[in-house]
Every structure is written in structure tokens, then in C-alpha cells.
Ligand binder design. Structure first.
Ligand code: NAI
Ligand code: MG
Length: 494
């Protein structure tokens, strides 16, 4: 398959299709919906509007393919998944451009990077196939007692739009390597690049092993969760939808993995390397993605001694970033995903501004280009003078908005950091080992970093506590715990 680096042509080519049983097919109902470029407001493609009938076709194909897939030697499955990664390596530019077009994420800083991570995730899990091993248990000398890992069967994968290819890869790679087959339901805002990834992977994978349908949540996602042949659901998205999915899975008594929201704290102590902390805040807040990240460092607690210097340096750094056409190499910051998300974010900024004592520092500049007039751009906004208990500091905004709050001590910072319904990621910047150790013990989060702010990486278990979710992703443990079950086998030797 030759890469197509014209994203408009590729979007048109992928228009109106699911991928089921190895073939691109229209929705059974014949319906489709518009996919819009958020930088211009223009339609770039139609997506197949899936419903229960399409889901049923896809799940049936996955169920038919599963026994033969599971019967392959584990390393054979791993090799096929690694070969998929190699195929993707030729498509990084293509996929980067396509995801930039449909999501508005800047090509250089975000979209191309995401396309690279997809191949990396597949490569990582492809190499772990031989770790799907069991144990021998010293239960009785007269018995040979073993455990073995078995796949669950058909896995339903429901993904959001903010890093659609990467989040999909972190789910499908371990599911497939473990011997499951998969049906993905893409996010309605970003159905194209993930469809293309699945099309590329289907060159290597047997038909039915990896299927993807597009459509809306209640109409297409819900039937996937409810389908009797789906034995596990893994989801990334909002807390609200996570609850709906967990309830439906509870009714069926099937396991779920949930990666939900965050309001991730970052603590900057007075002994921190301030320049590095500022760079870390820009990366951690994911300003290049308009803050549309579940780990966005959207609550920054800064020691009062360095608060003002930190805010000034952060503002200067964000001011230097260029907002513009996502496909332009010079652009650092692209757009938000959709009009409803834009309205949500602007609503928070407006209410924040109206709060007593709050100060909103607007950074960077809106693009001047006439063609981007309808683009969903929001100026990155740093709030100061707000309290940790206000909605701005408690609710997930999912936009380029962060609150910098003044603290007098590390203890105060940790206490405030933990005053949140969420617990996904947390960071502390300090040069004191004791302060750092104390914080890593006490911070309530699934992913805690000292003096850096890297994003999810293959090999590092990733996931939340409290309302940020259930389960872990991106690691060996994630594959074993979430995509297999352990069978105990006993041979009586007498
Ligand atoms: P959402 O959670 O509603 O959508 C995510 C996925 O779930 C989409 O594929 C959607 O079609 C599907 N879905 C929706 N309702 C469903 C249902 N009843 N059954 C099965 N699947 C369903 O998130 P949305 O509406 O796109 O964004 C709303 C907010 O969620 C954002 O502002 C942000 O705060 C949060 N969010 C968090 C993400 C994260 O990475 N943790 C990603 C996307 C959104
Ligand atoms: Mg929703």
C-alpha cells in the first residue's frame, strides 16, 4: 500500500467506510455523517454512521476469526504485530497529516509525533508475546499444578479523539498479541486516521482479527459494549461515559479498563530549577495540543518565593509559541477539536474571569490568516489568584487553561494536590531528595514524576486512581492483567 501524503485525497478515499472482516464497507443503513476540519470548519469526508447492525457484523467477524488467531503460537502473533509496526513506519508522514487534518493538532509538535508512537507501541507489544506464560504451582507432590494465560475472546475498544491513533494502539496491540480479536469504535470527531491505521494493519492480520466501525456513542458504542459476544471492553474518554460503560459491563459481568479524566497537579518548590520547571509545565500542560490531554498539568502549585518569576517565565514561553494552520511546519499550536469543546472551554475562561481575585493571562496570538477565520483556536490562558476548590481548578476543562496557585510549603502543596476527584498524573520539581521522596509517597496519582514531565511511554504502566479510571495500560502487566485470564490446571499423578 503506497503512502498518500495528500490528507484531503486520503480523507475522501476513506469516506463512508467501516473496516469489517478485512474489507472496507459502508454502513448497513447507508447513512454517514460529516467529518470536519476544525481549522477551517469545512467538511473533509463522510464517515460511515454505524449502528447495532454494523456492530453485530463486526463482532461476528471477530468471533469467527478468534479461535484460529488464538491457536497461533504466541510468538507468531507477536511477529505479525511487529511486522505491522514496520508497515506503519512507512506511513508516519501520511498518518500525521491525516490526523492533523481531522483533529486540528499541529503536525510538527503533535500529529507526526503521535503517528510515530503508534508504530512504537505495536513494536513493544509484538516483542512481549513470549511473556504470556503461566506458572507451575507447588500445590501437592502428587499433582502437577499449572496456570496458563488464555485470551478473553472478542475485545471491544472505544476511543476518544485527542490522540486517537496512540490511544487505539495502546489497546489493540496487547489485546491482539494476547490472542484476542478486536472491534474498535472510533470517536465521531476523528474516525479517519484510525481507520487508515486499521487498513494498513489488515494487510498483515487475517480478516476479522482487527475490525473498526465509526459512529456515535449511544448508537454505535453502546451496542458494542452490550453485545453478548464481547467479553471485555477497554475505554478512554470522559468520566461520564466511563460510568455508562462500566454500568453496562457490570450488567454483563465482563471486565472493563477505563482511562478517564484528570486534573493533574504539578508542584514547583522554591529550590527547583525554574527554567526546567517552566519547560516542563509547557510540555505537561500539552499547550501544543490546546491542552486536550487527560494528563494536562492544569493545576500548578508554586512556592510563594518563586511564584511570580514562574508565572512570568511561563507566560513568556507560551507567548513565543505560534498558533496557526495545523499542517504548517511553523505552527506550534493547532486548534481544539469541535465547536462543543470550544464552547465548553470558553465558558470556563469566562466564568474564571468573573471570579473575584482571579487574573487571566492570555498568551500567544490568534492566527491572522483569513482561511483560518472559522478555526477553533483559543488563546492559551494562565489563571492566577484562584483557589483550588473553584470549578476552574476542580473540573476537567480539556482546553489550554491552567491555574497557577501560590503555596507556602511542600506540605500545603501536596494537601491541595490531593484535594481532587481525580488521580491520573502528578509532578514535583525540587532539588531536595527528601521533599521529592515524601511527595512521591503522598501524591494520590497513578503516574508520579520528579523533575520531568514525560508522557505515556510503552513499558511504563499508566492509569489512574480515584475517578481517573480502573486498570493500567502501556506495560506488560497491562497485557497480562487486562487481556487474558489465568486458568488453573491440575493433573493428578496418582
Ligand atoms: P466521550 O467520553 O463522550 O467520548 C469518548 C468515546 O466514547 C467516543 O468514541 C464516543 O463516541 C464514545 N461514547 C460516548 N457515549 C457512549 C456510550 N453511551 N456508550 C459507548 N460509547 C460512548 O467524550 P467527549 O464527549 O468526546 O468529550 C467530553 C469530555 O470528556 C472532554 O471535554 C474531556 O473532559 C473528556 N475526555 C477525556 C479524554 C481522556 O483522554 N481521558 C478523551 C476525550 C474526552
Ligand atoms: Mg460525549
Amino acid at each position: 500500500m503506497t503512502p498518500n501524503i495528500d490528507p484531503h485525497a486520503l480523507a475522501a478515499e476513506l469516506s463512508g467506510r467501516h473496516l469489517i472482516d478485512g474489507a472496507l464497507v459502508a454502513a448497513r443503513s447507508g447513512r454517514s455523517f460529516a467529518v470536519v476540519n476544525p481549522a477551517t470548519g469545512r467538511e473533509i469526508a463522510q464517515a460511515a454512521q454505524g449502528d447495532a447492525a454494523d456492530v453485530d457484523n463486526a463482532v461476528a467477524a471477530a468471533a469467527r476469526a478468534q479461535p484460529a488467531w488464538a491457536a497461533l503460537p504466541a510468538r507468531k502473533r507477536g511477529t505479525l504485530v511487529s511486522e505491522c509496526a514496520r508497515l506503519l513506519a512507512d506511513h508516519i508522514e501520511e498518518l500525521g497529516r491525516l490526523v492533523a487534518l481531522e483533529t486540528g493538532k499541529a503536525l510538527r509538535t503533535e500529529s507526526r509525533v503521535e503517528a510515530g508512537v503508534v508504530a512504537d507501541a505495536l513494536q513493544f507489544y509484538g516483542g512481549l508475546a513470549s511473556e504470556l506464560k503461566g506458572e507451575s504451582v507447588p500445590f501437592s507432590p502428587e499433582m502437577l499444578t499449572l496456570t496458563q494465560r488464555e485470551p478473553i475472546g472478542v475485545v471491544g475498544v472505544i476511543i476518544p479523539w485527542n490522540a486517537p491513533m496512540m490511544l487505539m494502539a495502546l489497546k489493540i496491540a496487547p489485546a491482539l498479541v494476547a490472542g484476542n480479536t478486536v472491534v474498535v469504535k472510533s470517536a465521531e470527531e476523528a474516525p479517519l486516521a484510525v481507520l487508515r491505521v486499521c487498513q494498513i494493519l489488515n494487510q498483515k492480520l487475517p480478516p476479522g482479527v482487527l475490525n473498526i466501525v465509526s459512529g456515535f456513542g449511544p448508537e454505535c458504542g453502546a451496542p458494542l459494549v452490550q453485545h453478548p459476544l464481547v467479553g471485555k471492553v477497554t475505554f478512554t474518554g470522559s468520566v461520564e461515559t466511563g460510568r455508562i460503560i462500566a454500568r453496562a459491563a457490570g450488567e454483563k459481568l465482563i471486565p472493563v479498563t477505563l482511562e478517564l479524566g484528570g486534573k493533574s497537579p504539578m508542584i514547583v518548590m522554591d529550590d527547583a530549577d525554574l527554567d526546567k520547571a517552566v519547560v516542563g509545565a509547557v510540555a505537561g500542560m500539552r499547550f501544543t495540543r490546546q491542552g486536550q490531554s487527560c494528563t494536562a498539568a492544569s493545576r500548578i502549585f508554586v512556592h510563594e518565593k518563586v511564584h511570580d518569576a514562574f508565572v512570568a517565565a511561563l507566560k513568556a514561553r507560551v507567548d513565543a509559541m505560534k498558533m496557526g494552520d495545523p499542517l504548517d511546519e511553523a505552527t506550534d499550536i493547532g486548534t481544539l477539536i469541535s465547536r462543543p469543546q470550544l464552547d465548553k472551554v470558553l465558558g470556563y475562561i469566562e466564568r474564571g474571569r468573573a471570579m473575584k481575585g482571579a487574573q487571566a493571562l492570555e498568551c500567544s496570538a490568534l492566527p491572522a490568516s483569513e482561511t483560518l477565520r472559522e478555526g477553533l483556536f483559543v488563546r492559551p490562558t494562565i489563571f492566577t489568584g484562584v483557589d483550588n476548590d473553584c470549578p476552574l481548578a476542580q473540573e476537567e476543562i480539556f482546553g489550554p487553561v491552567t491555574c497557577v496557585m501560590r503555596v507556602r510549603s511542600g506540605d500545603e502543596a501536596i494537601a491541595l494536590a490531593n484535594q481532587s476527584d481525580f488521580g491520573l498524573a502528578a509532578t514535583i520539581w525540587t532539588s531536595d531528595l527528601k521533599t521529592a521522596l515524601n511527595a512521591t509517597k503522598r501524591l494520590q496519582a497513578g503516574f508520579v514524576q520528579v523533575n520531568q514531565n514525560i508522557v505515556v511511554q510503552p513499558g511504563l504502566s499508566y492509569g489512574g486512581v480515584k475517578q481517573s479510571g480502573l486498570g493500567r495500560e502501556a506495560s506488560l502487566e497491562a497485557m497480562l492483567d487486562h487481556f487474558t485470564h489465568k486458568k488453573t490446571v491440575i493433573f493428578n499423578m496418582n
